[in-house]
Design a protein around this ligand. Sequence first.
Ligand code: BG6
Length: 517
Amino acid sequence: MIGKEAQQAQPAPSSLLVIFGGGGDLTRRKLIPALHELLRQKLLPERFAIIGVDRNEGDDESYRELLQRSAQAFMAQGFEQESWSALQERIHYLQGDFLDLESYHRLRQELERLAGERGIAPNYLFYTATPPRFFAEIARGLGEAGLAREPEGHWRRLLVEKPFGSDLVSARALNHTLHEIFQEHQIYRIDHYLGKETVQNILAYRLANATVEPMWNHRYVDHVQITAAETVGVENRAGYYDQAGALRDMVPNHLLALMSVIAMEPPNSMEGEAVRDEQAKVLRAIQPLEPEEVLTRAVRGQYGPGRDARGVPLPGYRQEPGVDPESPTETYVAMKLMIDSWRWAGVPFYLRTGKRMPRRFTEIAVQYKHAPNMKFKDSMVKRANIPPNVLVLRIQPDEGIELSFNAKEPSPVPRLRQVEMDFCYADYFGQAPSGGYETLIYDAMCGDPTLFKRADSIEAGWELVQPVLDVWQALPPRDFPNYAAGSWGPEEADQLIRSDGRQWRNLPTGPSDANGG
Ligand code: BG6
């Protein structure tokens, strides 16, 4: 929705949504709450239905009960019985095997039946909320059942969840398979970070304010830090995570998505392709690390036992349920990347992400260079002691934007103090910003691809990560675990940035940071 002009949002067009993995965690935690929210905001069409497809036995009634229980659990205060009832009567269940072609033929019959009985336009949105090994199979099944071809005047769209491949080769292969069945304009690859309100606001902030963009370049910016710190551990996802690791899980998708929005050139228009062209260009301009650079510019870590902010003991990664007790999987990554462009020449982008950090926060900190001169009075302060201006885009939680700058303390003795201007979403807009999925489902239904990854951006992300995967695979870690749960990651990550004369912005923690999401 970045590109939409200010306008009154209209309900999405009449359509049917099919969720493969309808009984799964993602559907229950994120998708159903997002659909509930869309309905509450009157953004779902009147003529609309959802079909959940999964292997387990069940019928409409048992499926609705399952979803209601999880909606109540995962939506905290947001659950409204009235909206739920309206959503629930549109929800259906189809027991099916993703690998069995016959299931897709039954799905087709069910779609045609519902469209006919309920007067729904035969526009179909297929969502792969399944483990990634099924993505290509689902696309094939849909193709075989004739559900990928767009009939005159109606659409067929495929929403593909992450992870999109597990390395460059598999991502290319998946793109190739999908393109044999669907056209690129029908494929919506999800990176839920792009759907976050605070991420969409980055472009708005950059481009709608005359004071920002003139200084958004190497002349004024010293460096950029992008942090996605989580307090949670591996949770109940060891099966996936122990194979993936922090690098695959967060970098080619979420962190590079943030970096591309920060670093892209202003697009010629806010149309989907123009925005995605600029994002793809900047990804291609990031210098891939040479194998020897991986050793000095990428750091991996794995948490051992530790304590949270309240002092409660936490297990190490290798002690988590389902994790190999000798697992070499990283739960922390830090990297230094450079962009080969006029705008960003010489400006390092430091990226880091980790599980079991002391505090949950995702932010982008743009640190400006020192003011060139500072001579109010000789006695005042040494230039080196004046903190630089930092602009922080707080993605979550506590969504907002802050700018720290220096002001003179009121006193006859000249003294500087760092002060802050702080904008909080909650103060201006009240409601909690969207977690991403509402926007993405709505945009896909409306046919707006702006916030979805194109095939070239996906591959450009993996091209950047591949050298690191290769070197790390060739040289298994010898020092894991190398940071304690509840700490800010391995010492090498501090060295990575310290050797450039800089330091990470580690936010203070308090007891409320324990066990956060
Ligand atoms: C997911 C990763 O894509 O993003 C998870 O697989 C991670 O490991 C999550 O926890 C973070 O998302 P958010 O919206 O909570 O920042």
